[in-house]
Design a protein around this ligand. Structure first.
Ligand SMILES: [Zn+2]
Length: 263
């Protein structure tokens, strides 16, 4: 090959390379534009869904919670109590085997509502079925209804020590009324032989910090403890726990008239 031929070949190759590079750049630009368009489209759709859904969701929460006496007005002089079953929907809380916290909380809230209603209290629930309710929504609901007492029910879990068990009753810091309510509940728990109790504690929980009324969060026991987990899923134990919880709540709501002395 002469030098001239070699040079021509080199030039041809360079031209080819340039063409390929140009084409690649064009493809890359198109891909970029397409990605941006897809992203913008996705965000618009997502935003539209959010705007359409959120007011509905809030409405559901407020409609879902209603007075448990067939929508009757609350009895004169009875305290309005908002009960809050922790977690729900996709948020199942803690769990051990088939025992799910969200289910135990809901079952307990329903039993507790029954006990309180039987004693003449007006009761509202933040959720009555397996739906997810935001923490702020739960507190806002109790505030909106001007509840006098807020009680949130949960189950605990201790990964490091399966021996740990017992009820813990939390109240927000510098809330003497919340503390009194927690102490009243714990007193009833301690009187009950079948229930272990670990006492009252200060708790930094959103549902406690955002509620305006005396509020407690009850960790009803540890699912990590085999015996307590079995108890918490047991119908009879749930009823007993609900009874003691109701007594503790009402003893504090009417300190001069303890439930046990009522005829
Ligand atoms: Zn929980």
């Amino acid at each position: 090959m002469t030098t001239r031929q070699k040079r021509r070949q080199m030039q041809r190759r360079k031209k080819q390379l340039r063409r390929i590079r140009r084409r690649l750049r064009a493809y890359a630009a198109r891909a970029l534009v397409l990605t941006v368009l897809l992203l913008v489209g996705f965000l618009i759709i997502k935003g539209a869904i959010w705007i359409l859904k959120s007011p509905e969701k809030l409405e559901d929460v407020f409609q879902g919670a209603r007075i448990i006496e067939g929508g009757e007005e609350e009895p004169e002089g009875s305290p309005l109590i908002v009960l809050d079953a922790g977690h729900g929907g996709r948020d199942q809380g803690t769990s051990a085997g088939s025992a799910l916290e969200k289910e135990i909380n809901l079952a307990m809230v329903k039993k507790l509502a029954e006990e309180l209603r039987a004693a003449g209290a007006a009761v509202l629930l933040t959720r009555e079925d397996d739906t997810k309710v935001g923490l702020e929504e739960r507190a806002a609901y109790a505030n909106d209804k001007e509840a006098e007492i807020f009680v949130s029910l949960h189950c605990n879990f201790c990964e490091d020590d399966t021996g740990v068990k017992g009820v813990e009753c939390y109240y927000r810091e510098s809330s003497p009324e919340g503390q009194a309510l927690a102490e009243s509940i714990v007193r009833r728990m301690e009187e009950e032989e079948e229930i272990s109790c670990r006492g009252t504690r200060i708790g930094d929980f959103r549902v406690l910090n955002k509620t305006d009324m005396p509020a407690v969060l009850v960790e009803m026991g540890y699912l990590s403890n085999r015996n307590e987990c079995a108890d918490l899923t047991d119908e009879a134990y749930q009823k007993l726990m609900a009874k003691r919880l109701a007594e503790g709540i009402l003893a504090n709501a009417h300190p001069s008239e303890p439930v046990s002395e009522k005829k």
